[in-house]
Design a binder for this molecule. Structure first.
Ligand SMILES: Nc1ncnc2c1ncn2[C@@H]1O[C@H](COP(=O)(O)OP(=O)(O)OP(=O)(O)O)[C@@H](O)[C@H]1O
Ligand SMILES: O=C(O)C1=C[C@@H](O)[C@@H](O)[C@H](O)C1
Ligand SMILES: [Mg+2]
Length: 178
């Protein structure tokens, strides 16, 4: 299937890894968050302010439906894309879904200085990351065809690991001939 979707928490590396994976695979990279910002002409925190999380999620589902209908794309989803059962079904059916699994402490270290994540604008953002991770980890696993440990290793090494896993899916794991 000529369509790859990256899922995982805020800060898991979906944008970083997705861009590099697309470059090396001769595919086009698209980021659902950026697509929503381009269509609305405002940043995500502004959408949350005006339309609430519910309004943002409606836009997110629309973009997921459209992008997963196009071929040749590496798609980075927003961290909450798997919350909606309809999104989960579309993703699992239409794409090879890769979960970038990163421990919450690492996610916290990567996102702590970023102001562009409305769900982290709370008195204790670290606790929030841990809670979101507990809630979402089972959903990411439910949808994923491939799970990669994204907490260690530089992005280049992770992309190679993903390419190998994709190749194994296509051809089956290599078994020694007797
Ligand atoms: N494998 C990695 N090793 C070290 N740092 C990384 C790795 N992957 C990403 N990072 C860094 O972590 C930060 C978050 O990465 P990125 O923006 O790609 O995450 P994301 O999953 O797209 O987050 P969001 O859901 O908020 O868009 C960036 O500063 C990036 O440089
Ligand atoms: O984890 C989430 O629910 C979110 C993650 C970001 O990618 C954005 O999609 C938005 O900030 C919501
Ligand atoms: Mg991103």
């Amino acid at each position: 299937m000529d369509r790859i979707v990256l899922i995982g928490m805020m800060g898991a590396g979906k944008t970083t890894i997705g861009k590099e994976l697309a470059r090396r695979s001769g595919m086009r990279f698209v980021d659902c968050d950026h697509e929503i910002e381009a269509r609305t002409g405002v940043k995500i925190p502004t959408i949350f302010e005006i339309e609430g999380e519910e309004g943002f999620r409606r836009r997110e589902s629309q973009v997921i439906d459209e992008l997963t209908s196009c071929d040749g794309l590496v798609i980075a989803t927003g961290g909450g894309a798997v919350l909606d059962p309809g999104n989960r079904a579309l993703l699992a059916e239409r794409a090879v879904v890769i979960y970038l699994n990163v421990p919450p402490q690492v996610l916290w270290e990567r996102t702590r200085h970023d102001r562009n994540r409305p769900l982290l604008q709370v008195p204790n953002p670290r606790e929030r990351i841990f809670a979101l991770h507990r809630q979402r980890d089972p959903l990411y696993r439910e949808v994923a065809h491939i799970i990669v440990d994204g907490g260690r290793g530089n992005p280049g090494a992770m992309v190679r690991q993903i390419q190998k896993a994709l190749e194994n899916r296509r051809t089956g794991p290599c078994t020694p001939s007797t």
